[in-house]
Design a protein around this ligand. Structure first.
Ligand SMILES: [Zn+2]
Length: 155
């Protein structure tokens, strides 16, 4: 297969498992780089992907609350859903580790989840969002609980 200009296209998705991976690095200068992290909630192909409501709900919450994290918040460039609905991309500066990210996600899970109503989904309104009717409360609770178990399997 031809090497792609898109780094994630060089990953064989037939063997990719759920997890947290450093997908690519983009060097800005000798000290500074942007890391692109693959937050893979579902193994590709062999499982049902996340619903659009779950993708949108988790996007809102993580994009907001991860930026409030004391350790990684100021290093976050972006948090974006994957179009294939199997996970998310988190871009950070190069002073962040996979452990830092896993801890920050666990902190959001402990502080914000389980969601009870749309009041718990920050930014879900006509002013701040393009489609506030798209969300999933229970499914998002389940999807994030599952991902926490993937990040911290020993617990
Ligand atoms: Zn939105």
């Amino acid at each position: 297969m031809k090497k792609s200009v898109v780094s994630s296209f060089d990953v064989d998705h037939r063997t990719l498992r759920e997890g947290l991976y450093l997908r690519s690095t983009y060097n800005i200068n000798e000290e500074l780089a942007v890391f692109s992290w693959d937050l893979r909630f579902c193994a590709p192909m062999d499982k049902v992907p996340l619903s659009a409501g779950v993708v949108h709900t988790i996007e809102h919450l993580m994009a907001y609350y991860l930026r409030l994290d004391e350790k990684i918040g100021s290093s976050i460039v972006s948090f974006c859903p994957m179009g294939c609905q199997t996970g998310f991309y988190l871009s950070t500066m190069n002073n962040v580790t996979a452990e830092d990210i896993a801890e920050a996600i666990r902190k959001v899970y402990n502080d914000v989840f389980p969601l009870k109503s749309t009041d718990d989904i920050v930014g879900l309104n006509e002013i701040q969002c393009g489609n506030p009717a798209l969300y999933a409360i229970e499914e998002s609770n389940e999807a994030l609980a599952r991902y926490i178990n993937i990040l911290f399997p020993e617990e």
